[in-house]
Design a protein around this ligand. Sequence first.
Ligand SMILES: [Zn+2]
Length: 262
Amino acid sequence: MHDIVIRGGKIVDGTGAPAFEGDVAIEGDKIVQVGGKAGPGKREVNADGRLVTPGWVDVHTHYDGQATWDPVLAPSSWHGATTIVFGNCGVGFAPVRSEHQVALIEMMEGVEDIPGITLTEGLKWDWESFPEYLDALARLPRTIDVAAQVAHHPLRVYAMGDRAINREFATAEDIELMAKLTEEALKAGAVGFTTSRTDQHKTLAGDLVPGRYAEHEELIAIGRAMGRAGRGTFGFLSDFDDEAAEWKWVRQVAKESGRPAG
Ligand SMILES: [Zn+2]
């Protein structure tokens, strides 16, 4: 007896093969049969006239806030996403000191158009470090899986304080701290690092985001930290005003870290 049998749906198995009719059987947390006629299940789901597909992994979302208070994560979960990745575009909410919580909300509101009032009401801020943020995420029951990336703007504000908000360049000590915190976050479970270098991304007040003022050495140092952690992807956005120069440092990040970058 299977635990769950999904019966009679049109299966799209994710291999590129044409859809086919059949059952899907599940035991525990494993899919044990795809297609054909499955034996009885303790729970049977009638999928007649419906598509049965693998879950989608949505690698670019901005649920950094919502994931801390909403176990359902609609509308992504309604539409078949079974894993969402956030911390994209360099915006997020960890690490953070209490005096910069509002600045991070205004950055998210400016860049991603998520209403600040929703974030202000919803965020409990029961974390400061990135590992503590992951702990806060882990405390909530989940309908779908979540994965968090280290976002450059909050990281920069944490390491540099108001100097990051005032759009200053980072010192060698700032860069060292950002690299150390990135390594720590990856080792705690972050799946990547992202930054934004586009002029399209502005805070609520209309200023360019802090990461826009990162020099190549800062990004390369963060890349090296990813190499030390041995995990994670490096993501960035750019206007590519000087395309050759942009790819030059990205290639260096990929080479020195051994991590995928792009
Ligand atoms: Zn984005």
